[in-house]
Ligand binder design. Structure first.
Ligand code: 6PG
Length: 502
């Protein structure tokens, strides 16, 4: 038993995390159900600083690990995770050994698994973000579980995580095989017990969905209102990438838009990609959890519905022949409109993050976690898909006020929206007038207007509920928590009568 850690599941993420660990000098035992995959993987990578150790069986794998053993599972979320944990237990994993699920698991599964396997091992859930490259050279890691287990994992997690510059909060780039980044602040921190890490990773993905959708709306507006070419759009996104919107997703969008198609030479690649979005469920989990908790994460949900709508391609093609809309009028002020679209994107993004953080605050109350929102924002500054300059500002907001109720109320973000909102409203109304699809811009704006409203028409709604179902209502002239019912007139009882039930 000489290995520092082990990896089970050698699809691209598993391989890359294992190589990342080995690059940092950790000796990694590797196992894959199809043994040839593990054999080939080790053969392809004969000289990493730490070393990879091929294990033919799970028994060999368990024997190869130093105690307390640290076994990382990176398999498809759902039943395969339970299957592997049970096999590991059969293969000799002991109660003090740590079994880490690094997949995109549903946090309630992680909570359940920690309890279910408590007598046989320490089950630990860790979110990971960053795609293939992140896994290889530095992901953002969101660990959750038993704090004592975290002590054992921490040196490895900190070593393999992405690093940001302590002064600027910007990711430190430039890692290559065998040469990881030296120094910097690692993009990982203990999130909380049981499912907290996987929960926070899920919200990261919900935010990833809305970030992507907002960019897609900006793209469709640049096309629909201004008729920009893909190369021109690419330049616009590159320019945005040097300002407040500086982020990985904006940067890859600039790259994608200038990419030419390999088959249809010289034509933009993106024009040959079918407009139906896929999804694996994490955005949906975030949205349905928001509904369960009563948190208005409408922009995040909008992004999921937008993918659903895109998937109805055949129906849309048919509907496009029948359903009328306005004929778009080209917008004359090109530069002003580009700036307005940028501001709309930025303001919408602020609202989307406000929703994500509100949701995490609700989960923290529900599960009695102690989430540190400043730290969560800080470990998203590098490595992950939503990494952005903007996250430094969120870190600063929660450092200024750890008890911040809503990101919109932070003075910096409040001011940003003050500056951008005239343009945001302009873009939303031009989109509506021209029939350009911009659901997330609109949804984020309605969240903003709803959240800042001291009074909403829910008074009428409560009266309606009381009218048809005697659902009762609270009164503005009475203390909160006292409920009343009005005996609405009907043919047999013409007199109004108020009854208090509180
Ligand atoms: C990440 C990503 C990743 C996710 C993909 C695909 O943080 O690295 O969130 O975990 O699986 O982005 O998600 P969808 O298929 O649902 O778009």
């Amino acid at each position: 038993s000489s290995c520092d850690i082990g990896m089970i599941g050698l699809a691209v993420m598993g391989e890359n995390v294992a190589l990342n660990m080995a690059d940092h000098g950790f000796k990694v035992a590797v196992y894959n159900r199809t043994v040839q995959v593990a054999k080939d993987f080790v053969a392809r990578n004969p000289s990493t600083p730490g070393g990879l150790v091929y294990c033919e069986t799970l028994k060999d794998f368990v024997r190869a690990l130093k105690k307390p053993r640290k076994a990382v599972i990176l398999v498809k979320a759902g039943p395969p995770v339970d299957m592997v944990v049970k096999q590991l237990i059969e293969a000799g994993v002991e109660p003090d050994d740590i079994v880490v699920d690094l997949g995109n698991s549903l946090w309630t599964d992680t909570i359940r698994r920690e309890q279910e396997y408590a007598k046989q091992c320490k089950f630990f859930g860790s979110g990971v973000s960053g795609g293939e490259v992140g896994a290889r050279f530095g992901p953002s890691l969101m660990p959750g579980g038993d704090p004592a287990s975290w002590q054992h994992l921490e040196p490895i997690w900190r070593a393999i995580a992405a690093k940001v510059d302590p002064a600027t909060g910007k990711p430190i780039e430039g890692a290559s095989p065998g040469k990881p980044v030296e120094g910097g602040v690692p993009c990982t921190a203990y999130i909380g017990p049981n499912g907290a890490g996987h929960y926070v990773k899920m919200v990261h993905n919900g935010i990833e969905y809305i970030d992507m959708q907002l960019i897609c709306e900006a793209y469709t507006l640049l096309d629909g209102l201004l008729g920009l070419s893909k190369d021109e759009m690419s330049r616009v996104f590159s320019e945005w990438n040097s300002g407040d919107l500086d982020s990985y997703l904006i940067q890859i969008t600039a790259d994608i838009l200038q990419q030419k198609d390999p088959v249809q030479k010289d034509k933009p690649f993106v024009d040959f990609v079918l407009d139906t979005a896929g999804q694996k469920g994490t955005g949906k989990w975030t949205s349905s959890n928001a509904l369960d908790m009563g948190i208005p994460a409408n922009a995040i949900a909008e992004a999921v519905f937008a993918r659903c709508l895109s998937a109805l391609k055949d129906e849309r093609v048919e509907a496009s022949k029948h359903l009328a809309g306005p004929t778009p009028t080209p917008v004359a002020d090109r530069q002003g409109t580009i700036t307005a679209i940028r501001d709309a994107l930025y303001c919408s993004k602020i609202c989307a993050y406000a929703q994500g953080f509100q949701l995490m605050a609700a989960a923290q109350a529900e599960y009695k976690w102690k989430l540190d929102f400043g730290t969560i924002a800080s470990i998203w500054r590098g490595g992950c898909i939503i990494r952005a300059r903007f996250l430094q500002k969120i870190t600063e907001a929660y450092t200024r006020n750890p008890g911040l109720t809503n990101l919109l109320l932070d003075p910096y973000f409040n001011d940003q929206i003050k500056q951008g909102q005239a343009n945001w409203r302009k873009v939303v109304s031009i989109a509506a007038q021209n029939g350009v699809w911009a659901p997330a811009f609109m949804s984020a704006l309605s969240y903003y207007d709803g959240y800042r409203a001291a009074h909403l028409p829910a008074n009428l709604l409560q009266a309606q509920r009381d009218y048809f179902g005697a659902h009762t209502y609270e009164r503005t002239d009475q203390p909160r928590g006292k409920f009343f019912h009005l005996d609405w007139p009907h043919p047999s009882r013409p007199q109004l009568d108020i009854k208090g039930t509180g």
